[in-house]
Design a protein around this ligand. Structure first.
Ligand code: 5GP
Ligand code: MG
Length: 176
């Protein structure tokens, strides 16, 4: 059995403040296109891109799957949605919800680089550096967190909790 922490790990106010500073940093970089990884990154992407508010900045969605319905990565990354995009020569910002083992972001980055963009940078709402299994860091990180499983603000557990506005920790509870 799993249950949510009593209080959010990261509050709405903390998220809002960080979104403002991230948007300011990103606005200065003049990206052509944001590639947002579904499904977990959708709320973060929506909140961040309206703060960047740059007329030429395009948004596209890709689907990267490395997780089943549980809490452990399968290790394999499948990416769909890149086929229909014109990436060559473009400055691309990849947005995902969380950098955990790093396999998903590495898989996306490798697939993108094969399409010859002018640059690729990465942005994640959350980073779990202690969990890294491959050599990758994000260029923009909202919050660095410990080795805990989190839900809310787009992130799910078995497709639930995505609509919670804050970020919560899920804890294992015994004997219930
Ligand atoms: P990685 O490939 O870096 O191991 O995993 C990245 C993906 O795993 C994320 O895009 C996210 O979908 C999922 N993930 C990793 N850690 C968590 C977590 O703490 N909570 C949730 N809900 N998903 C996670
Ligand atoms: Mg994901």
């Amino acid at each position: 059995m799993y249950s949510l922490s009593e209080k959010p790990l990261i509050s709405r106010q903390q998220i809002d403040e960080r979104l403002e500073s991230l948007a300011e940093e990103i606005r200065g970089e003049d990206f052509d296109i944001i590639l947002s990884a579904l499904t977990g990154g959708f709320i973060f992407t929506a909140d961040l891109c309206r703060r960047i508010a740059c007329p030429k900045l395009q948004i596209a969605f890709i689907k990267a799957s490395s997780y089943g319905n549980g809490m452990e990565s399968s290790g394999k990354v499948q990416i769909s949605g890149l086929e229909s995009l014109d990436i060559k020569g473009k400055a691309v910002l990849v947005i995902d919800d969380i950098l955990d083992s790093g396999r998903t972001m590495l898989g996306i980055k490798e697939a993108l680089l094969a399409l010859e963009p002018s640059k690729v940078k990465t942005c994640v709402l959350l980073d779990k550096p202690a969990r890294r299994a491959v050599n990758i860091e994000a260029d923009y990180v909202g919050f660095s967190i410990g080795n805990e499983f989190v839900v809310g603000y787009g992130l799910d557990y078995a497709n639930e909790f995505r609509t919670y506005p804050e970020i919560w920790t899920m804890r294992e509870t015994y004997g219930q």
